[in-house]
Design a protein. Sequence first.
Length: 249
Amino acid sequence: MGFGATAEAYERFRPGYPTELFDLVMRYAGRPVRTALEIGAGTGKATRLFAGRGVAVTATEPDAAMLAELNKTVPANVTTVRAAFEDLRPGETYGLVFAAAALHWTRPAGRWPRAAALLEPGGVFASFGGQVRPADPALEESVRAARAPYLENDEVPSPDGTAPDEEMQWPGTELQQSPLFRDVRQAVVERRLTMSAPDYVGYLSTVSAYLQLPRSRRERAYDAITRVLPGTVEIAADITVHLARRRSG
């Protein structure tokens, strides 16, 4: 599905990515990373993190509206390309290939050979993302109950069916099975934020589960959630990171 209709909301309400994430990826790389290719860059939340620290990023994004939003704030060391991951052809290789809350939109067939072909030998693949939810369990339950008549679940299901309580989550599970990658790791960057109630509902307006609802049902869900929210919402927004290294040879 496309997010173009909500590109401005996506840029306004989705949290950016912290320096700790960049540092984690660089420590794993263990060597200078000068070039990167980003899969599904959206409005450039992660693009700006890496480009702002000296990495030359080629940001790919299939949605024209998302790419237009990204181009409003693009640093000079970013090249933007309108293309889906599946449209990319082997050629130039990069020290890093990464996806920020976007990998689950790519097709499973050929995913890892395609990613490996874009990486230098020993180059790093990184995928990261996570839900934004109320930090208070009681408030989270109130939001769930308010949402329930309109939407049973707003989480992104694991693309390979990995249960939520499994130690290794997707895409680490697939990377472990791929002969093209090694040294697969999973890490979490813990993050707590504060949002106003309207901004939290604004964030929900960018979540695919809500976007797939009929408009009237979606608006009723937002109204029901708004009624149970305090004026300010403490948010848990942990980032789960998966890292792997392309095998040489």
